[in-house]
Design a protein around this ligand. Sequence first.
Ligand code: 5RP
Length: 232
Amino acid sequence: MSDRQKTHAAAAALDYIEDGMTIGLGSGSTAEIFVRLLAERVQDGLSIKGVPTSEQTADLARELGVPLVDVDHVDHIAVTVDGADEVDGRFQLIKGGGGRHLREKIIAQASDLMVVIVDEGKLVDTLGKFPLPVEVDTFGFSIAAKQIFDGLRSAGVKQPDVHLRRKGDGLAPFITDGGNYILDCACEAIPDARAVDQALKAIPGVVEHGLFINLARVVIVGEDNQARVMEL
Ligand code: 5RP
């Protein structure tokens, strides 16, 4: 997708950052652009602390000189800025394309404000074209996979297809920062995100899924020449 659009969105998110804030730093290519722009502000004297949502983001922030704070030593996160794989008209999201959605959700939920930065291609009428990532414990993951299939069916998904995510080599399973597996669930359409949320939460072994409901309050859509800011 367009880096130009992502850069417009990331730059507009800087308007939500103020001196002294603790900021959740999302993961993925759009969030990475935000961290790079934020680092420039830090070099110019902005005083913030970042709480990274992945090891990758932590490494990048350290390399660029963005001060970090340990998640367990934070008492207040003002804003989290993060990307998404899909965003619908109610600001419901699918996240986890990069497999970081567990930490992303923990930080987003603990923040006063979640600002989502996306290119235009991420906007959808109905969630579900992007396969829904579900992080599961490695123990008994194939049992969880069957129960996830049934749960998705019961929540109105017609033909779910549940696959273990593998690394680039296609052989070894992808392992999350938390040491778990990801089951990618191709749904085509998710008619009722809340029903899916409830169904997945009821399955032992499911650590977290990539549906973000009621978390994003601001969505910034990068266009070719500007950013469009939408607030709930
Ligand atoms: C990682 C995520 C990312 O925010 C999402 O995959 C979007 O990534 P990108 O900005 O590279 O398109 O949820 O878990």
